[in-house]
Design a protein around this ligand. Structure first.
Ligand SMILES: *Cc1c(COP(=O)(O)O)cnc(C)c1O
Length: 428
C-alpha cells in the first residue's frame, strides 16, 4: 500500500516512510492510494473475533510489508489492551466508551499504535524527535505512549492555563525522553509554532522531526478499530455515529472504515462553538475564525487539520459529503444542560465532549425515529472536573492510575509564543 500526499507534490511512500515523515514534504497529508474492501467473510465472522484479530485485519492492508505479521500482531494487541464497551443509555442511544486506556482518552488508541510503530522503525534508524501541539488530550496520550521508548524524544507544546489539572499531570510527569513546553498562548499558537518547525528546512537538516498529531497515518488509521468494535457489540445494524470533532481525525477514521464497507447509515460531526465545518456544510464556504475557548477544550480548533482527508474520502464531492455527514454546533450552555439532564434521567455521567456528541445525536434521532445512534465518549469525565463537578454537585473519584501522577514532580519549560525560542529548545 502506498500513501500519496493530498498536495500531490511529494512522492507516494509506504507505511514506514509515511509514519516516519508524519506530514508529507509538500505539507500535504498522507492518504492511502486505495481503500481496502473487507471481504464478506470478515463480517460474517466478526462477532466471533477478538479485538486483536479485528484490529489486525483492518490495519494489515495499510501496513503491508512494512512490519512483519508477528510484530504487527504484538503492536495491535498492546494498542487495544483495554476495554472499549458499548453502553446503552436510552432506548436508541449508546455510548462507545473510549476512555478506559492509560490516559483516559480515545487518543490512547492512536498514540499507543503510533509510538510502537515508530519505536519499531527507530530501532533500525537514527534518533527521532516527535514534535506535537496539544490542546490537552493528545499530549498526554502521546507522552504516555512514548514514555521510555528508546531512540525517540517527544517535545509537546501546550497552552498554559488552558488544559485541565489532570491533563497537565499527564503532560509533565513523563520520563526523560518527554519534554513539555508550556506556551504562553492558545492552542492555535502552539499548532502554528509546530507547523513552522516542520517547514524549517535548516532545522530539519539538523534534527529528524516527525509529528504525532492526528495527521500521522499511524495515529489516524488505528482509530478505525473501535468503529468495528462498536458494531461487533451492537444488536442493531447501520447505526448513526455522532463524533465529537476538533481536528476531524476521529470522524475521518470512521469515514475511512465506512469506505471499507463498515455498515453505517450516517455520521454526525458534533462541534462546539468552533463551527467552521458546520458552516461549511450549510454552504457558507470554508472560513476558519480565531479559535474560541469552550468547556470541551479538546475540540477548540477552528481550522481542522484532517478536513482535507474528509474531502478526499468523499472524492471532493460536496453533495456526497452532505448526504453522509451532517454537522451540528453545540454551545457551552447546551453542553452543561445535556450533562445535567443525562445524569438526572439516566444516572450517566458525560464529559463535556461526549455531551456535545450526545446532544447532536439526540437532535438527529428526533428527526429519524427508526434509527439507532452511537456517540463516541472520547474522554473520562474526571478529566474535566470543573464542569463535571458543577453538574454532579460533588467530585468524581479519580482512577488510581491517574491520581498517582500528582505525586510525581512536574517537569515543564515555560516559553512565549516565539518560534525562535522553540527552535532553541529543539536544538539544545
Ligand atoms: C481530541 C479530542 C477530540 C477531537 O478529536 P479529533 O480527532 O481532533 O476530531 C474529542 N474529544 C476529546 C476528549 C479529545 O481529546
Amino acid at each position: 500500500m502506498l500513501f500519496f500526499s493530498t498536495n500531490k507534490k511529494s512522492p507516494a511512500v509506504d507505511f514506514r516512510q509515511a509514519t516516519i515523515n508524519g506530514q508529507a514534504p509538500d505539507r500535504g497529508l498522507y492518504f492511502p492510494e486505495t481503500i481496502p474492501q473487507l471481504p464478506a467473510a470478515f463480517w460474517l465472522t466478526m462477532k466471533d473475533k477478538s479485538k486483536e484479530e479485528i484490529a489486525f485485519e483492518v490495519i494489515k492492508p495499510y501496513v503491508g510489508n512494512a512490519i512483519a505479521d508477528a510484530e504487527l500482531k504484538r503492536i495491535v494487541a498492546e494498542t487495544v489492551n483495554f476495554e472499549i464497551p458499548l453502553v446503552q443509555i436510552s432506548e436508541r442511544i449508546f455510548s462507545l466508551e473510549l476512555f478506559h486506556g492509560p490516559t483516559l482518552a480515545f487518543k490512547d488508541v492512536g498514540a499507543r499504535f503510533m509510538s510502537r510503530c515508530l519505536g519499531h522503525f527507530a530501532a533500525d534508524g537514527g534518533a527521532i524527535t516527535v514534535l506535537v501541539a496539544t490542546s490537552g488530550d493528545t499530549g498526554g496520550a502521546v507522552a504516555s505512549g512514548f514514555d521510555g521508548v528508546p531512540g525517540v524524544r517527544v517535545v509537546i507544546l501546550y497552552p498554559s492555563g488552558k488544559v485541565s489539572r489532570v491533563q497537565e499531570w499527564q503532560l509533565t510527569t513523563g520520563g526523560n525522553n518527554i519534554l513539555a513546553l508550556e506556551v504562553n498562548g492558545d492552542f492555535d499558537d502552539c499548532q502554528r509554532m509546530v507547523k513552522q518547525a516542520f517547514s524549517d528546512e535548516a532545522l530539519r537538516s539538523e534534527i529528524f522531526l516527525t509529528s504525532a498529531n492526528s495527521i500521522n497515518v499511524a495515529r489516524w488509521l488505528p482509530q478505525q478499530f473501535y468503529y468495528f468494535f462498536a458494531l461487533q457489540q451492537a444488536a442493531f445494524t447501520k447505526p448513526v455515529f455522532s463524533v465529537p470533532s476538533g481536528n476531524f481525525g476521529n470522524i475521518g477514521a470512521g469515514l475511512l472504515a465506512f469506505r471499507s464497507c463498515l455498515p453505517v447509515s450516517h455520521f454526525i460531526a458534533a462541534c462546539n462553538a468552533n463551527d467552521t465545518v458546520p458552516r461549511y456544510l450549510k454552504g457558507e464556504g470554508y472560513h476558519p475564525h480565531a479559535s474560541i475557548a469552550t468547556i470541551s477544550n479538546a475540540m477548540d480548533v477552528s481550522d481542522p487539520s484532517n478536513f482535507v482527508r474528509i474531502l478526499e474520502l468523499m472524492n471532493h464531492d460536496d453533495e456526497r459529503l452532505k448526504s453522509l455527514v451532517s454537522a451540528d454546533r453545540i454551545s457551552d450552555d447546551e453542553t452543561i444542560a445535556t450533562m445535567k439532564e443525562v445524569y438526572r434521567q439516566y444516572g450517566y455521567v458525560l464529559d463535556p465532549h461526549g455531551a456535545v456528541a450526545y446532544l447532536a445525536l439526540e437532535r438527529w434521532l428526533r428527526e429519524h425515529p427508526s434509527e439507532y445512534g452511537i456517540f463516541l465518549e472520547t474522554a473520562h469525565p474526571v478529566k474535566f472536573p470543573d464542569s463535571v463537578e458543577s453538574v454532579l454537585g460533588k467530585p468524581l473519584p479519580i482512577p488510581d492510575r491517574v491520581s498517582k501522577l500528582q505525586d510525581k514532580p512536574k517537569h515543564s519549560i515555560p516559553i512565549p509564543v516565539s518560534y525562535e525560542r522553540l527552535k532553541e529548545v529543539l536544538l539544545a
